[in-house]
Each structure stands twice: as C-alpha cells, then as structure tokens.
Write a protein that binds this ligand. Structure first.
Ligand code: S3P
Length: 174
C-alpha cells in the first residue's frame, strides 16, 4: 500500500471497474471516485459528447489535469479510472495500482450479457468499432501489466469475489 492509501483500479473498458468499485465501497471504509465521473461533472458533458465535440486529445488533457489533482490532494480513496487513464505520467504516484484483467472476448461477453448492453456500448466511443477495440486491447494489455502493482483476474468472478481478493492483496502489498 502506498503512503497516500489510495487504490487505483485500471483495466480495459467494460472489464467491471465500476461494479467492483461499488462492491469495495460496500465492504470497506473506502470512499470511491471515478475519473470519468469527475470529467463529466467538470465539463458538464457526457464522455461520448466530449469525444465528439472536443476530440480525444482534449479528453486526454482533462485526464492529465485530474491526475495531477489526484496526486496532490486525494488520500484514502478508491479511484476507479477510464480505460485510457493509465497513460498519465504520474500514475505510480497516485496510489497502489490494481489491474482488473480478463481476455477481450470475456469482456465483450460481459458487456453483451448486461441488461443495458446497448447503452454500455454506445457510451464508449472506442468500442464503436470492435475490430479496432480488439487491437487497442492487444496494445494496452502489456502496458497495463507493466504498470500494475497487483493483478486480479476477474474472469467469471463476482464483484464480491474480486473485492475480497483485492482487499487481501492490497493489505499485503508494500
Ligand atoms: C476509454 C475508456 C472509457 C472512457 C473513454 C475512453 C479508453 O472508460 O474513459 O471512453 O480510452 O479506454 P471505461 O473504461 O470506464 O469504459
């Protein structure tokens, strides 16, 4: 566990960072924040509309601003991130990095089986083209693994099972 006691959840779109974050909150004293939620409230716009109206580069610049604020001002917090947030330069300084890992096909299946599948897909501009999304996954996965302090395979596990594993591993991590 890093000095600031933050846990940062990273991982590909749709892997379940939000669901796991909510479950961790239910089962611990952590309060959670989500980088996409912060961006949406700062910009007063949905992520999808920021991508459409301002472009991806602008979105990444807001992620960078948020990363600096997180490093400086946030402690004892569970930070759930957008799938591309890991690119910020100071990620290691923000907290203990936990990767939620799963094969691309399983992530896709998880999204497709969700009752709100359509909304889940349409709010994520980088999932519009599944072939491109798979390429992105292939490029990112080794980078996620390289950065992670802790890796949790979330395939076919409930949010509660993931939560127990994460809290146990974070406690042990120095
Ligand atoms: C992105 C992931 C999204 C969101 C944006 C870009 C990415 O968050 O930040 O659409 O680059 O992987 P989720 O991982 O919560 O879908």
């Amino acid at each position: 566990m890093k000095n600031n006691n933050n846990i940062i959840l990273i991982g590909f779109m749709g892997v379940g960072k939000g669901s796991v974050a909510r479950e961790i909150v239910k089962n611990s004293s952590y309060i959670a924040i989500d980088t996409d939620d912060l961006i949406e409230s700062m910009e007063n716009k949905k992520v999808k509309n920021i991508f459409e109206e301002n472009g991806e580069a602008y979105f990444r610049s807001v992620e960078k601003d948020i990363s600096l604020w997180l490093e400086k001002s946030v402690k004892n917090t569970l930070i759930s991130t957008g799938g591309g947030f890991y690119k910020v330069k100071n990620l290691k300084k923000i907290g203990t990095i936990v990767l939620l890992d799963s094969p691309f096909e399983k992530i896709l299946k998880r999204i497709e089986e969700h009752p709100n599948a359509k909304a889940k897909l349409s709010k994520r501009p980088l999932l519009n083209d599944l072939k491109a999304a798979k390429e992105l996954y292939k490029k990112r996965r080794p980078e996620y693994l390289e950065l992670a302090d802790i890796v949790v395979d979330v395939t076919d596990k409930s949010p509660l099972e993931c939560t127990k594993e994460i809290l146990k591993k974070v406690k042990k991590h120095v």
